[in-house]
Design a protein around this ligand. Structure first.
Ligand SMILES: [Ca+2]
Ligand SMILES: [Ca+2]
Length: 154
């Protein structure tokens, strides 16, 4: 009896080991694919292809850098990479669009609601000192061009 229990336990252990190994291989492949496809989002460096937001001016104090979209379109649950204690929503003083093809729409509200403005790639780093938008951005969206009727930083 003791022998059969031990054997079953060993088989389960082997299966678990095989499963963990398979998962590690899959994760390794995913990491390789992601890093070769684009700049590294959330690594604290504002790189080509990314939309970046800084806690303070000149993207200092904490950085949000993302080559894609925020999955839930709500920056109130995202943290600054170099200042994890600080949330991004309603908390940014500087922004930069380093996208390779697209412009960025920023919104006052989460879920892409409320006031909206467009940040072109040509604008470069934008400090929001004296701007109504300082500490107001709560969501954003990549667009192929700034839509008519939307204020543009360009
Ligand atoms: Ca980055
Ligand atoms: Ca979010």
């Amino acid at each position: 009896m003791a022998h059969s229990i031990k054997t079953a336990s060993m088989i389960r252990g082997s299966l678990l080991t095989a499963l963990v190994s398979a998962l590690l291989v899959v994760c390794g492949l995913m990491a390789t694919t992601a890093s070769s496809a684009s700049a590294a989002s959330y690594n604290g460096a504002c790189e080509s292809g990314e939309f970046c937001m800084g806690l303070y001016y000149n993207l200092s104090g904490g950085l949000y850098d993302n080559s894609g979209s925020d999955p839930d379109n709500n920056l109130h649950n995202d943290h600054f990479v170099r200042n994890w204690a600080q949330l991004v929503g309603n908390n940014t003083w500087s922004i930069q669009n380093r996208g390779s093809t697209h412009e960025i729409l920023v919104y006052d509200g989460a879920g892409r609601t409320g006031a909206v403005a467009c940040l072109k790639r040509s604008r470069g780093l934008l400090n929001l000192d004296g701007s109504w938008w300082k500490d107001r951005i709560s969501s954003y969206k990549w667009v192929s061009s700034c839509p008519p009727g939307v204020g543009v930083w360009g």
